[in-house]
Design a protein around this ligand. Structure first.
Ligand code: DAK
Length: 256
């Protein structure tokens, strides 16, 4: 059997590629487990600073595996505790860049939204079509999509099952940038390379602070940001970054 997730590293970048082409990268339990293994492996590897999560040029992921859910009871669904898998992805502390081409539907769109930036090819299509098969989003789609693009466009996607083109997704604020189809992966890697030149502890702290906006009031968020900011003064990389600036040279970060 072929690998469900292809993994490789490039410098400080860890790349995970969804690889179940025969069913448009449907997110089976087995695929999710393997994905979590690869992503958490990168998260725990000090030589990796940034993660890229990619699909193929044809498809990012067409959602959870419908075949695995079609005949499931409530008890089956709750005992499978699928949510725990998604929480493991949410818990990744390093920045993740999604490289999306073709369909990102249902759980596929939700997986892209678990990432921190989305580089999309012109052919990307984002959707939450669960309504068409008798259900609704279950891995954060109603919450993350609404936060990203606002209630009125999210409602149309979730209730009417409408897909957004890459351009619409960009205009709505769901996507970081859109590039030609042949370039989506290279562009995601270029962005990852830029992040990989930054101090890795500050990258993690900054990600944590931005994500805190969903849970905190403005005052609590500002307080949280301030504490994270001060904490970085305990790192060697802060000294290196500021000294390098003063000495007019490039910093050399060590993640310490
Ligand atoms: N699951 C299983 N198989 C799928 C699939 C999916 N999501 N999507 C596509 N496939 C399979 C097709 O059945 C087909 O298989 P064969 O017939 O060749 O054996 C093959 O992939 C190629 O698909 P098509 O022939 O349909 O290809 P087309 O180009 O004609 O159409 C399409 C592409 C993406 C428009 C279409 O395949 C499609 O509508 N797919 C389903 C999209 C969808 O409804 N996605 C949402 C799934 S529900 C949870 C968290 C999350 C979720 C659930 C629980 N918990 C925390 C509890 C998430 C739920 C979902 O994502």
């Amino acid at each position: 059997m072929s690998e469900l997730i292809l993994s490789k590293t490039q410098g400080h970048i860890g790349i995970a590629t969804l690889n179940r082409p025969e069913v448009l990268n449907a997110l089976s339990a087995e695929l999710m487990d393997r994905l979590i293994e690869v992503l958490t492996g990168y998260d725990n590897d000090p030589s990796i600073y940034v993660l890229v999560l990619a699909g193929s040029e044809r498809v990012f992921a067409a959602g959870a595996d419908i075949g695995e859910m079609a005949e499931a009871s409530v008890v089956d669904m709750s005992e499978r505790n699928n949510l725990a898998r998604w929480l493991r992805i949410k818990a990744i502390r390093k920045p993740i860049i999604a490289a999306v081409s073709g369909y990102a539907l249902g759980g596929g769109c939700e997986l892209a939204m678990h990432c921190d930036m989305i580089v999309a090819s012109e052919s990307a299509k984002f959707g939450q079509p669960e309504i068409n098969i008798g259900v609704m989003p279950g891995a954060g789609g109603t919450q993350r999509l609404t936060r990203a693009i606002g209630k009125f466009r999210a409602m149309e996607m979730v209730l009417a099952g409408r897909f957004l083109s890459a351009k619409e997704a960009y205009d709505a604020g769901l996507v970081t940038r859109v590039v030609a189809k042949e370039q989506f992966l290279d562009e995601a890697l270029r962005l990852a390379e830029t992040l990989a030149t930054k101090p890795p502890l500050a990258l993690k702290a900054a990600k944590e602070a931005v994500l805190a906006v969903d849970n905190l009031s403005l005052n609590s968020g500002l307080e949280y940001e301030r504490r994270l900011f001060y904490s970085l003064f305990a790192t060697d990389d802060q000294k290196e970054g500021m000294r390098a600036f003063m000495e007019k040279r490039k910093p050399e970060y060590k993640g310490r």
